[in-house]
Design a binder for this molecule. Structure first.
Ligand SMILES: Nc1ncnc2c1ncn2[C@@H]1O[C@H](COP(=O)(O)OP(=O)(O)OP(=O)(O)O)[C@@H](O)[C@H]1O
Ligand SMILES: [Mg+2]
Length: 531
């Protein structure tokens, strides 16, 4: 390396095709993964991906190639991509090269380490099974996360992945002694800036490092930025022996960047257009997220699911690396049930009797069963209405709907636009709430009383005077029974008979932008035809 520094290894650009650059070297051919620099002020960076023949290498540009031309001089730096590590990087924001992007001077004394690094060997790994509390009811009760594990937030566009991730950062940073490394891959630049400002305002930046390769960056940069962030995580784990929280938004963009690189290099695509090397590339990144005897890396990753299709090869590959998967769905979001977690599709390997304990396990199973039963009943309800259910089924449906409402939660991350104060709920309170709903303690409460609250004690008592029967007309009609009530009166009577059940969707008076508005009328008219 010292040699290379003294006698610069120079070559020249022989071809430029978008981000793919070929360079010829007469003396020494740069090895794969070494970094080449070219352009004005050495500003353009190229990573070597292949040696084409005895003289030429092919690389991918990690910066824009605008202005790059054949014949321009290329300098082999003799080094791979490297990341800065050390105490001075804390509370700073970097790009894929480890250059600060927070408009502040370069950090103090830092060491530089190779970004590409093998994952720890089997012998170096450690496993412990400890639950990681998030303060979010639905997750802590049904999908407990693992300390030192990997959790994925799956969902299509705009279902709340970033919001949920931000909320988790918010809830955890206060309590965790460890350090967080946030890696933004291929998402909006605006979100990066917003998160930075939010973290700064909340005074948690002092325990955080951010690394960004957002959607404005070329594919090579988005493909490599994860490695930069992981090198920083590994430093904190191995050198400082701290527990690290590694957050990624969005791991799908890493796969997508790999697909672009692969396509640019002219490789044959595999299934659904993905690169044939997707599995290897993803493992290379995910396997580095590991626990050793020195410390742990807990990772939470947002995973964009193309076209809401969970069988998409990218989603399937990510699934296989995770210890917990939280599936967010458009349906829940459209019902205003935020966080829009599809409770029955989400799972965690921590949700076992041995880890969470008998009481929690049994309660979680009971909640799942109740929700599953309601799913089965939904078809009948949509065709015939709640009234046609047996009393037992009707109670179960009521329980499930109350559980669904109770498992919504106002977030700190959304305070500005929902106007509802964010809440964290302890596991004990969450379990207690679910248990009491299952015991039917809240069956006389309107469903909306449980919507967007924290602990169950916040549920408001039902109105003191729920008038059981309207005065004359409807009573007379009811007495006549089968005499064929005119539809107008039946319609009037139905909602009063079941005041709590009427809205098919959470009566969400507060969350004005949530969808219940347009849907609620659909629910109300349904009962009459069946009557
Ligand atoms: N918990 C929540 N409470 C209220 N509104 C929410 C919540 N979560 C998400 N939303 C609404 O959904 C919108 C999109 O959320 P978010 O940006 O997190 O989606 P995303 O899944 O990250 O989308 P993308 O794939 O585009 O990045 C938010 O702007 C907000 O209006
Ligand atoms: Mg997002």
């Amino acid at each position: 390396m010292i040699d290379a520094a003294h006698t610069p290894n120079l070559g020249s650009v022989v071809a430029v095709r978008g981000s793919v650059v070929d360079a010829a070297f007469d003396v020494r051919l740069p090895p794969v993964n070494s970094v080449l620099r070219t352009g004005p002020d050495d500003r353009m960076v190229i990573e070597v991906l292949a040696q084409l023949d005895a003289r030429r290498v092919r690389g991918i540009a990690l910066t824009t190639t605008q202005g790059l031309a054949r014949g321009m001089v290329v300098r082999d730096t003799g080094e791979p991509l490297r990341s800065p590590v050390g105490k001075a990087i804390i509370s700073r924001m970097f790009d894929v090269f480890g250059d600060p992007i927070d408009r502040m001077p370069a950090p103090g004394p830092v060491a530089w380490r190779d970004s590409d690094h093998a994952p720890p060997t089997l012998a170096e790994r450690s496993t412990k099974s400890e639950v990681f509390e998030t303060g979010i009811k639905a997750i802590d009760v049904l999908i407990p996360l693992e300390r030192g594990g990997k959790a994925g937030l799956f969902g299509g566009a705009g279902v709340g992945k970033t919001v949920l991730l931000t909320e988790m950062i918010h809830n955890m940073l206060g309590h965790e002694k460890g350090i967080s490394v946030f890696c933004g891959i291929g998402e909006r630049c605006r979100e990066g800036e917003e998160l930075y400002s939010a973290m700064k305002a909340a005074d948690v930046l002092k325990n955080m490092v951010m690394v960004y390769g957002q959607m404005n960056e070329p594919p090579g940069s988005r493909f490599r930025v994860g490695n930069t962030a992981l090198t920083i995580c590994e430093y904190f784990r191995d050198d400082e022996h701290r527990d690290v929280l590694f957050l990624v938004d969005n791991i799908f963009r890493f796969i997508q960047a790999g697909m672009e690189v692969s396509g640019l290099l002219g490789q044959m695509p595999s299934r659904m257009g993905y690169q044939p090397t997707m599995g290897t590339e993803l493992s290379g990144l995910e396997e580095r997220v590991a626990n050793t005897l020195h410390g742990s890396i807990t990772s939470i990753q947002a995973v964009y699911v193309p076209a809401d299709d969970l069988t998409d090869p990218a989603a399937v590959h990510v699934f296989s690396h995770l210890s917990a998967s939280i599936v967010l769905s458009r349906k829940r979001a459209s019902e205003g049930l935020y966080p829009a977690i599809e409770l029955l599709q989400s799972s965690s390997k921590m949700a076992t009797r041995a880890i969470v304990g008998d009481a929690h396990y049994e309660l979680a199973q009971a909640v799942r069963k109740t929700l599953a039963r309601y799913e089965d009943l939904k078809d009948i309800i949509s065709m015939l209405g709640m009234e046609q259910l047996s009393p037992d089924d009707r109670l179960a449906a009521g329980r499930a709907r109350r559980l669904q409402r109770f498992l919504t939660q106002p977030f700190f991350a959304t305070e500005q636009f929902t106007g509802i104060k964010g809440k964290t709920v302890s596991l004990k309170d969450s379990l207690d709430g679910c248990e009491r709903i299952l015991r039917d303690e809240y069956k006389d409460y309107p469903e909306s009383a449980l919507y967007m609250i924290g602990a169950i004690s916040e549920a408001k008592k039902p109105e003191p005077a729920p008038k059981p029967q309207p005065p004359k007309a409807a009573a007379a009609v009811a007495a006549k029974g089968a005499s064929g009530a005119p539809p107008k009166e039946a319609k009037a009577a139905a909602p009063q008979a079941e005041p709590a059940q009427a809205p098919a969707v959470p009566a969400a008076p507060k969350a004005a932008e949530a969808a219940p508005g347009p849907r609620a009328p659909q629910g109300a008219p349904k009962p009459p035809p069946s009557a």
